[in-house]
Design a protein around this ligand. Structure first.
Ligand code: ZN
Length: 245
């Protein structure tokens, strides 16, 4: 489970409470200017076991920037994260999923950042409807899925208790993105149940654990493909960007 564009001073602490109650670890891809404004929220998230990733300084489409512009977006955000939690992130999610092979290589070589996109997109920034967010996540999620959501929308955070409980009831287990990557690198010798049955979670196997096929990792082979559908539509930058403060 991943949450982008925060931290939000009101919603992110509420979300952290929900996650804590359920023992769920997630990954936050934070916008640098929000991270700089609310370092204590980041500090709390990291202390409670969540991962923090870079989501640029103020949410531009990085593919449209000069090299210096990209560097500034990455470096300022890394600095804000470092100031809050004491170390640099190792993951980046480019706003709108907009990236290319050259950028991916630079993120990696220059900053040690791995690009992470997503498989499940409830379009929560577009349809501000909690029931829809929950339904879309439950319909689309498979073992190993990386789920995209935004902790700056009240409707998304309001959808989380039921969504998380439903995924837990199906036997899914939540891990941070770096934990997921580590699991994919060293899969269990014996592939455990890939599709958990409702109500019968198999210990140590349930989901958001990786399926045997490596195809579920968006950051491996999908770098050159366009961002997932519906994200780069012209309306997205305005809508999401404005919401990203
Ligand atoms: Zn975003």
């Amino acid at each position: 489970m991943t949450f982008d564009d925060g931290p939000s001073p009101k919603l992110t602490p509420m979300l952290l409470d929900m996650l804590k109650q359920r023992g769920i670890k997630v990954t936050f891809f934070v916008v640098g200017q929000n991270a700089a404004e609310y370092p204590d929220i980041l500090k709390r998230a990291a202390a409670e076991g969540h991962e923090i990733g870079n989501h640029s300084w103020n949410h531009p489409q990085l593919t449209h920037l000069s090299a210096a512009g990209v560097d500034s977006q990455i470096e300022q955000t890394n600095a804000a994260i470092r100031a809050a939690i004491g170390h640099n992130p190792v993951l980046i999610r480019p706003p709108y999923g907009a990236t290319n092979a050259a950028l991916d290589r630079r993120f990696n070589e220059q900053y040690g950042l791995k690009v992470i996109l997503w498989e499940v997109d409830p379009l929560d920034w577009k349809y501000r409807n909690s029931a829809r967010v929950e339904r879309e996540i439950l319909n689309q999620t498979k073992p190993g899925s990386i789920i995209l959501s935004h902790d700056i929308h009240a409707t998304t955070v309001a959808a989380m208790p039921d969504t998380l409980d439903a995924l837990l009831a199906k036997g899914y287990k939540f891990v941070t993105v770096s934990e997921l990557i580590a699991m994919e690198k060293s899969p269990p010798a014996k592939p455990a149940t890939v599709a958990p049955k409702a109500g019968t979670p198999a210990p140590g196997s349930a989901a958001i654990t990786p399926p045997p096929a490596p195809s579920a990792t968006p950051a491996s082979s999908d770098h050159n493909t366009p961002p997932p559908p519906a994200s780069p539509t012209p309306s997205v930058p305005a809508t999401e960007g404005s919401a990203a403060r």
